[in-house]
Design a protein around this ligand. Structure first.
Ligand code: SF4
Length: 312
């Protein structure tokens, strides 16, 4: 199936998924955490999969069948592998634009050193690029790139695309325990992301069965450190911990507010006190949320923060 959804997404609102890679996963990476399983068909060669007219017709057909209040905010290329391996993705984006819904692409960024790939993605309105590490050895360990890929070319591709792209550019960093979650490694990742100047740098953790069984989520302390290292580098970080809460304002419901905000940003102790006060909430609800493992208390640079506990 080429289209699916719309699915709710904190990053994109309602997103209608487009899978432009047929059946078997084809990717230039074989990330240890990939939820689609191990890459059996590694490739860096761009080829034609579906004709752009087929993708366009499928999207149009799908849109005809959904209710008016489910009209997606984005048409998103999120593929069974790496979407830019589709040599016709630019042409498909061009065609889809006539529908009038913004286009998003979630890419591993490994092919951005190819000018045609950058030209194709330049047609999109929103692009998320994968930046799991700023260190070559860690990049090889976590993303397990195709033998033809080169770390310096990958970094240059990212830099060039960031300079050229006029839409919203975001980064996504998946943290894996013991691989890319140490402070030194997080600093290196932050340095690379800093060059890209993303709109938002998302930090996520594996929440679905990974390709390799040993892959684990980092603990809340490491996630909190990652958040602060990214924030210290002005990367505008947001957390994605498997909870797609959308409401981060003050609703008058303190429990909802705390859980929603903690899913995106750790809350410092003094801010938490203020949040409770604004909501006229009983301060003991905080202990209840910690005891019932909805949130966790962690320390960073002598400050106490509250962060969302992971969903299983
Ligand atoms: S780039 Fe995406 S699809 Fe490819 S292996 Fe990594 S997580 Fe899986």
């Amino acid at each position: 199936m080429i289209t699916f959804g719309p699915i709710p997404s904190r990053r994109l609102g309602k997103s209608l998924g487009i899978n432009n890679i047929p059946s078997q996963k084809i990717c230039s990476y074989s990330c240890v955490y990939c939820q689609v399983g191990i890459t059996k068909k590694y490739s860096t060669t761009r080829v034609s999969f579906y004709k752009p007219s087929v993708i366009f017709d499928e999207v149009k057909k799908h849109l005809c069948h959904i209710k008016e209040n489910d009209i997606p905010d984005y048409l998103t290329f999120v593929s069974n592998g790496e979407p830019t391996l589709d040599i016709s993705i630019g042409e498909s984006i061009d065609k889809l634009k006539s529908i009038g819904i913004p286009i998003a692409v979630i890419t591993n960024a490994s092919l951005l050193s190819i000018p045609e790939v950058r030209d194709d993605l330049n047609k999109a309105d929103w692009v998320s690029v994968k930046v799991d590490s700023g260190n070559e050895n860690v990049w090889k360990e976590i993303n397990r790139p195709h033998a033809d890929l080169n770390f310096n070319e990958y970094k240059n591709g990212l830099r060039l695309f960031a300079k050229e792209f006029r839409g919203k550019l975001n980064t996504e960093t998946m943290l894996v325990k013991g691989i890319n979650d140490h402070i030194e490694q997080l600093q290196e990742t932050a340095q690379l992301i800093k060059e890209i100047k993303p709109n938002i740098s998302y930090i996520s953790i594996p929440t679905r069965p990974p390709a390799l069984k040993w892959v684990n989520k980092p603990n809340e302390k490491s996630i909190n450190e990652a958040y602060h290292i990214f924030a210290d580098n002005q990367l505008n970080p947001e957390l994605i911990l498997g909870f797609e809460g959308t409401n981060t304002g003050f609703t008058g419901n303190a429990i909802e507010d705390i859980i929603n905000i903690c899913s995106v940003h750790p809350i410092r102790e003094d801010t938490m006190k203020e949040l409770l006060r604004k909501n006229q909430a009983d301060p003991t609800i905080l202990d209840t949320l910690v005891t019932n493992k909805y949130i966790q208390k962690v320390e960073y640079k002598s400050n106490i923060f509250y962060i969302r506990k992971f969903l299983i």
